[in-house]
Structure formats: C-alpha cells, structure tokens
Ligand binder design. Structure first.
Ligand code: BEZ
Length: 326
C-alpha cells in the first residue's frame, strides 16, 4: 500500500495538487483482450464490485478487444483523462518506461507458479510502479499476467538450430525482440489479433505465446511443436489515469486500489491454474510434439541479453535475487 500512497502523491504533484473532488463518475476501462478472456472478465467483475462498494456512485464500462484503440492509443487517452483505467500489458508499458523490461529477464522464474509469487510479493516489481505517474501519467495499482511464454511452431523443433532464421511472432516490445535476435531467429512483432492468420498463411513460422491462448484460440491446430521453455513472464499492470485519480477522494482511491488489486490477484491465480491444466491437454494431441526444455536449450542467450538490458533496466539483479528465494 506504501507504493500506492507514494504514487498518489507523485500523481498529485504531476497534475496540480490534491483536488479530491467527489463527483460521481462512469469510468472507461480499455483492454485488448476479447470478452471471454480472464482479464476482461475480471475487469468487469472489478467494475461491478466498485459500483456496489460506492452505492452506484462510481461505475466502470469495460471496452474489450481494442474498442478504444491499441494499447499505445489507450495510454495516450489515459494521459488526457479521456480513458480512466486499463489492464495493460507490461510489454506496452516497457515501450514507454524501459526500466520495466527487467520483468522480461529470460528465465527469471521456472514456471507460472513462481511468476505469480514474484508478481505478488516482489518489492522491486512494486517499486517499478512508482515510475508510472511521472513517466506516463498513470497510477499503477498492481500486477496481473498472462501465461509464461512458450514457443508454438508450425515446423518441428528439436534444437535451437531449428529456430534459427525462422520468423517468430513476438508481441511488440524490445526486450523480447532482442532475445530473439540473439537466438538468430527473425523476430516479427505483431499484435495478438493478427496472430492466427499469420501462422495459418505462413507469414510467420512460429509464435511466442501462452498455453491458454494456444488452446483457446486453436493455435495448436496449426503447429507441429510446442516448446515448453517458460522463457519469459508476461505481466500485465492495472492502471488508473492520474487525472482520474486526482479527482477521487482519499477513501475512493483506497476503494479503487483495494478492489482492483483483489481482481488482479484473481487473474494471477486463475492464469496459473489454467496454464497448469492446459499442458496435459496439449500433450494429448497426437499431431503435436511437446518438448520441455530448460535454459541450457538457449545456450548463452541470457548472458548476451543481460549485456544489452542491464544498463536500461537496473532492477534486473534485485529481481533475480528475489526470484531465487521463491
Ligand atoms: C500477446 O500479445 O501475446 C498477448 C497479449 C495479451 C494477453 C495475452 C497475450
């Protein structure tokens, strides 16, 4: 809670004082995920809880599936106060605040369960949220996530050599682009809605993806191999426009942050459960080879990645130390 108070103070300074006006408000919340996705469902549940807790004074209208634009556009609208809230990938945040790339340190955790623990408990991850008011004009409430990244390939993969020169779809952010470039693949940044067609028509040979969407969006049907590498966590952050935050009273800020945090925690726990449940489902598919690998599969890539990213993301050693204790 300490970082929230600090963030609130920073936001107040950035936007001209502690107004704390207590107007009723219908808040707009933007997401890129489709309606059945756990992020969207919990955004809706958070909105319902906020409405109940404020006796209907504050409500939330959730706009899924990029209805308010892509994440960069949503962030821009949050700076002007036109959009109030979002569940946003840390991938997009790291495009604006490179320090967040520390969370993409390859092999930071061994699986989704450790990713959940790290995102719930890490003081370093919480500390990164304090950068948001001054650098992006939003207040960071806490973390959610999608599943840890794996590789889903249309061609069989037995070793890292089978990926060299191959076009791999990555979410557009520099930490994963660099990791893939180091591996000798051809990283191809692409937003989520374009992925299925790109894999189906051969525009890309493989994709970085979590298991939930690999099953639910049927990417596995286009694949010969799934490499279970747990190579990077894929955090999301619950954010509130600093302008919206300024217009809430102290009590209202506590209500918003407490309820949003609760629903972010549900996302973390449910994501871990879904990813754990979906691995056996993929292993049962007779057309699919599921290859479980560890860091050794990727050779010296981590060391090379850290050489590039340590200067830009100085939280890497602290996060590594915290993750090692999990
Ligand atoms: C992706 O870009 O792969 C992604 C984005 C949001 C949720 C899950 C995956």
């Amino acid at each position: 809670m300490k970082h929230l108070l600090q963030a609130a103070a920073a936001a107040a300074i950035a936007f001209g004082g502690l107004a704390g006006a207590v107007h009723a408000k219908e808040m707009k919340m933007g997401l890129i995920t489709p309606p059945p996705h756990i992020w969207t469902k919990e955004a809706q549940a958070f909105g319902d809880a906020l409405k109940a807790a404020t006796g209907g004074k504050h409500s939330v209208v959730v706009y899924p599936s990029r209805q308010l634009g892509n994440e960069a556009e949503v962030l821009q609208q949050m700076q002007s106060g036109a959009v109030d809230m979002a569940f946003m990938t840390v991938a997009e945040i790291s495009n604006r605040v490179p320090e967040f790339s520390a969370l993409f340190t390859p092999f930071l955790v061994k699986d989704n369960a450790q990713a959940v623990q790290l995102l719930k408990t890490s003081p370093t991850a919480k500390g990164l949220l304090d950068l948001l008011p001054a650098k992006v004009g939003v207040v960071g409430i806490g973390y959610g996530m999608a599943g840890v990244r794996q590789i889903v390939s249309a061609t069989p993969i037995a070793s890292i050599d089978d990926l060299k020169g191959r076009k791999i779809r990555v979410t557009p952010f520099p930490a994963t682009r660099d990791f893939n470039a180091i591996l000798g693949t051809a990283p191809t940044p692409m937003p989520l809605p374009d992925v299925y067609d790109a894999l189906a028509n051969g525009q890309v040979d493989a994709i970085e993806m979590d298991l939930e969407l690999t099953v639910k969006l049927k990417y596995w049907e286009l694949a010969k191999s799934v490499v279970i590498s747990n190579q990077m966590i894929f955090p999301m952050v619950g954010i509130v426009s600093a302008r919206t935050w300024r217009d809430l009273s102290a009590d209202e800020r506590t209500t918003v942050s407490t309820l949003m945090q609760q629903h972010l925690d549900v996302i973390l726990d449910k994501t871990e459960e879904i990813e754990r449940t979906f691995l056996p489902i993929l292993k049962e598919k007779s057309s699919l080879q599921v290859l479980e690998v560890d860091q050794a599969f990727f050779g010296t890539a981590l060391a090379e990645w850290e050489k590039i990213w340590l200067p830009q993301a100085p939280a890497i050693p602290a996060l590594r130390a915290e993750a090692a204790k999990l």
